[in-house]
Design a protein around this ligand. Structure first.
Ligand code: URA
Ligand code: SF4
Length: 202
């Protein structure tokens, strides 16, 4: 893992980043994935949502959160009163990591080294979008943004200052709702955290 740093463009803008990320070889994940899935949304979005990594659908379509997890996310945003137009969505890791089982591609968690390798893209997106509210979706995004000591289960729903007037709020990953024994309860908790995030917007 040489890291994404050396693939960043000299002059930072979201279009330049997106373009440069297409040819990133900062870790081995680019080898088996279909394409880089970069963040999407307006440059000065109020909210930045950070997931883990693209899934099967995202890998095929080249856009973040367009599969099953994206449908739950969209539902939660709508119910929390967060306008999809005011949101920039991205992932901590920009390539899909999977294991082949027959013809099926099974999602695998990115390693700490892969999260660290991809971090320069996320950091550059954060700097350019500079959102008022950054919603951390699960442990991988938490590690990328706040380091390995942060515990989503303990700290979820609470604001953490990022700079004057800007905050992080962590919640579970929408995919975790799909795997939860009680999906309704998991979704309600997720929604409560999104409402806490919405309350922080200027
Ligand atoms: N899960 C994620 O974390 N990100 C996506 O884009 C899709 C599923
Ligand atoms: Fe580069 Fe990130 Fe893809 Fe690794 S996962 S190749 S660091 S864009």
């Amino acid at each position: 893992n040489i890291g994404a740093g050396r693939f960043l463009p000299a002059r930072l803008s979201l279009p330049a980043l997106r373009e440069a990320a297409l040819s990133c070889e900062g870790c081995d994940l680019y080898r088996n994935a279909t394409q880089t899935v970069f963040g999407a949304g307006m440059t000065h979005a109020t909210y930045m949502l950070v997931g883990e990594q693209p899934g099967d659908q995202e890998d095929r379509q080249g856009e973040p959160f367009v599969g099953p997890a994206g449908r739950i996310l969209d539902k939660g945003l709508a119910e929390a009163g967060i306008n999809r137009e005011s949101v920039y969505v991205t992932n901590a890791v920009k390539h899909f990591k999977f294991e082949l089982r027959g013809k099926r591609r099974i999602h695998q968690k990115p390693s700490a080294a892969e999260i660290d390798a991809c971090q320069p893209w996320l950091e550059a997106e954060m700097r350019l979008v500079d959102p008022a509210v950054t919603v951390i979706l699960g442990a991988t995004a938490a590690r990328a943004l706040l380091g390995p000591g942060f515990r989503v289960t303990r700290e979820r729903g609470r604001p953490f200052p990022r700079r004057e007037g800007a905050f992080y709020v962590a919640t579970i990953h929408p995919s975790a709702i799909l795997r939860a024994p009680d999906q309704d309860a998991a979704y309600e908790g997720f929604l409560e955290d999104l409402r806490a995030a919405a309350a922080l917007s200027p």
